[in-house]
Design a binder for this molecule. Sequence first.
Ligand SMILES: OCc1cccc(Br)n1
Length: 446
Amino acid sequence: SANQNVRTGRSGSATAPPVEHDTAQKIDVNPPKGTRDFPPEEMRLRNWLFSNFREVSQQFGFEEVDFPVLESEALYIRKAGEEIRDQLYCFEDRGNRRVALRPELTPSLARLVIQKGKSVSLPLKWFAIGQCWRYERMTRGRRREHYQWNMDIIGVPDVTAEAELISSIITFFKRIGLTTSDVGFKVSSRKVLQEVLRCYSVPENMFGRVCIIIDKIGKIPRDDIRKDLQSADMSEVAIEELLQVLSLNSLEKLEEKLGASGEALSDLKQLFSLAEKYGYSEWLQFDASIVRGLAYYTGIVFEGFDREGKLRAICGGGRYDRLLSTFGGDDLPACGFGFGDAVILELLKERGLLPELNLQVENIVCSLDQELQGAASEVASVLREKGQSVDLVLENKPLKWVFKRAARINARRLILVGKVEWEKGMVNVKTLSTGEQLEIKLDELE
Ligand SMILES: OCc1cccc(Br)n1
C-alpha cells in the first residue's frame, strides 16, 4: 500500500481471512509525559468530584460554560514574569498561527464576555470545569495537565461577590466531608500592596510584576526576593516597608500601618463582616502575604489551604477588575477562583475521605443456550425500556463465569433465559444478595 505503516483494522468477523498486518514497532502504550488516562476506577472518582463541583455551582445559581482547550497564545502573553507564562504549552499551527493549550480558564471567560458584549445581562455567574495545560520540563516529574473548576461573577464591584464565591467553596468542602479543622482560607487584598507602593512612588506599571515577585515569598530565598524587587525599581526603604506590611496578620495591625481610610482595609472589613453573616468566619484568616501568582488580580485575593501545611494551595482566586481592557474590551468588575483536581484528592486521601465508588449494574442477563441469545436480547431491551441498567452476556459462557461477572459488576439480579421457562414466556430471576429465585413472566418483570 502507499503508506507501508498504515495499520489495517481488525478483520470484520471470525470467518473472514486474517488481514495482513504490518509488523509495526510496538507503540508506547503510556499516555504522553505529564498526562493521565482515566480508566474506570479513576473516572468514577473524577465524575464524583466533578458532580460535586457542578451541584454546588448550580446550587449557587451559576450557569455552566466551556471554551476551546486551544486558544490564541495572545490571551496569555502578560509581561509580569508569571510562571504560567514560562510554562505555556504553545506552538505554531499549520496556518502559522501562534496558539496555546489553555493554562487557565479566566482569559477564555474574559474573551467570551467581550464577544458577548451588551447581549448578556449582568451580573454573569458562570462556572466551568476544564482541562488546563502547562509545558513544564519533566525535571520535577510534575503533571502537565489538570482539570480546574472555576466560578466567576462578572459585573459586581462589591466584595459581596467574593463573599459569595468563598461561600460556594466552603459549601463544596462541607459536601465532601472537610471541615474548618481540615482547611481554611488566607485572605488579603492587592490594594494593600498598591497602597504601600504608592507611598513610595513605585510606578503603577510595576504593580503586576511586584505581585508576582511577592508571590514567590516562601518559595525562593529572601535575598532573591529583595534582588527581584530592586530590579522592579524599588528602593531599599520601600522593600523593607513592603516586607514588613506583608507579615501582618490582623486587620487591627493593618489599620495601624496603613491608616483607616484606605480601600484595602474597608474591603477586608466588609468581607469579614459578610463572612460573619454567612456563618463561615472561622474558615477565614487575614494574611497580608497572600497575593496569588496571576498578574491580573486587582483587589481581594484568597487561597484555600490545608491546616496541616503539607500540601500546596487547594484553590485560589480574587478580583480582576482590569482584565477585559487588557484584551481591548471595556472593563467590567470581575472576580473568580480556580480549583484544581490534584491537591484536593491528595487531601481527601490523607484524611481517609475518598469515597468507595463501585460499578453498580442492576441486572445481568444471560441465555442458558446459544439459540436463546436473541431471547436474552429481548429481555435486556424490556428491562432497559423500563429504565433499568442491564449487562447482557454476549457470548456463550459457563454459569461460573456469569456469577463471577455478576459479583464484579455488583449486579442486584441475575436473569437467566432458559428453554423450558422461555416457552412459557417466563424467565428465571435470582436476587443475588438473598439467593431468592423466582420464575417471572417477561411482561411482569419490574
Ligand atoms: O497550577 C498550574 C497549572 C496549570 C496548568 C496545568 C497544571 Br498541571 N497546573
